[in-house]
Design a protein around this ligand. Structure first.
Ligand code: GLN
Length: 370
């Protein structure tokens, strides 16, 4: 690992370091993530599809790679940028080294750059299109920047189809089955059905193209809308399905992309944030209880509205029930006339705080009351 690699941002800045993982070219939206642990879960989270993740934690790779912590079947990020990779992993669960796994899966990375300087740039100018170039793909700065400027933006990107399951599958409950849930897979993470299962919930995971009849086949007790990549404004089919689920008053819970979809089905808007929220220590205020949870997050779009407000929707009153005190963005919505709620943050996060895990119990209660 001594050959050159370069990160080129849309603003024309060029950041030179060393190749990390596979050699070649990759293009995507550059975003920064502030978690100091959990890189394996981050890299395999489908919500990061087509994003080049810049780690602000300076030292990455200490705990290696194992076959247990993947959130999906592959590394999903378009590229990975770190400052100082661990020279050798040391953890009792580690089976491989991070750079080796990136190479094995053909994921192009970059090491040895000042990731905090890059982060400051992304924070001031906002998330940008970017490319990592190494090996045969290295070229002069003008050529590399032209490739970046030619790549698609995240606004308007419809990406659920690229990460959803091809076939429906079922994850059984642990112990007695209390409820059955139909989950729309827009980029679901493995830990979601696992956490539902621990609460006696069987999850049937369906492709993002499922029809309303497929989704509600067998009369599930609830519907779950997963996290996922891309711009929620493009998720027209998922929004239509959700509107129908609301009309039928089937209990519904959504996470992140799912929160944006429920909100859009309720007539609220979504917009692209300047640089988003990606980390494992982001505070969220619950306006119903006045309590604050520390949460894991990974989103670049947000729901528009005034935190704490109650607004009219096709499904009755909606409470913009959660918000982030850092920037006043909406972090969750609760329907007051139909059994539906969602959050922008991640109760299923592994490597991250557990403050929000109770949301799965809230979903179970909602199904129980129905
Ligand atoms: N984690 C997610 O579900 C992300 C949702 C959406 N793609 C966003 O960036 O805001």
């Amino acid at each position: 690992m001594s050959d050159e690699a370069v990160l080129v941002l849309e603003d024309g800045s060029v950041h030179r370091g060393e190749a990390f993982g596979a050699r070649g070219r990759t293009l995507g939206e550059a975003v920064f993530a502030t978690g100091m642990t959990g890189y394996q879960e981050t890299l395999t989270d489908p919500s990061y599809h087509r994003q080049i993740v810049v780690a602000t934690a300076p030292h990455i790779g200490n705990t290696g790679w194992n076959d247990e912590d993947d959130e999906s079947v592959r590394i999903q990020v378009a590229g990975y940028v770190v400052r100082d990779p661990a020279r050798r992993p040391s953890n009792w669960r580690s089976q491989r080294d991070l750079a080796e796994e990136l190479s094995r899966q053909g994921v192009v990375g970059l090491a040895g750059v000042d990731t905090r300087a890059i982060t400051r740039r992304l924070r001031e100018a906002g998330s940008m299109r970017a490319g990592i170039f190494s090996g045969d793909a290295l070229a002069d700065a003008t050529t590399m920047r032209a490739a970046v400027l030619d790549s698609p933006a995240m606004t308007g990107a419809d990406l659920a189809g690229a990460v959803t399951t091809g076939e429906a599958y079922t994850v059984p409950a642990v112990g007695e089955t209390r409820f059955r849930v139909a989950a729309l897979d827009l980029g679901i993470k493995a830990n979601t059905p696992r956490m539902l299962a621990e609460r006696g919930i069987e999850t049937r995971v369906l492709p993002s193209t499922a029809t309303i009849d497929e989704l509600l086949d067998g009369a599930p007790d609830g519907v779950f809308l997963s996290n996922g990549p891309g711009d929620p404004a493009t998720a027209v089919h998922a929004v239509d399905l959700t509107a129908e689920v609301l009309r039928r008053e089937v209990p519904l819970f959504g996470i992140c992309f799912g929160n944006q979809i429920l909100s859009r089905a309720l007539g609220l808007g979504t917009y692209k944030m300047r640089y988003g929220h990606r980390g494992i220590n982001i505070p969220v205020v619950d306006h119903t209880t006045g309590t604050v949870a520390i949460t894991s997050q990974n989103h670049g779009f947000a729901v528009a509205g005034e935190p704490g407000a109650r607004v009219a929707s096709p499904a009755g009153t909606v409470h913009l029930s959660h918000s982030c005190p850092n920037d006043g963005t909406v972090e969750g919505v609760t329907c007051e006339d139909v059994p539906a709620f969602s959050v922008q943050y991640h109760p299923e996060a592994a490597a991250g705080p557990h403050d929000a895990a109770g949301l799965f119990d809230r979903f179970a209660d909602l199904m129980g009351k129905n």
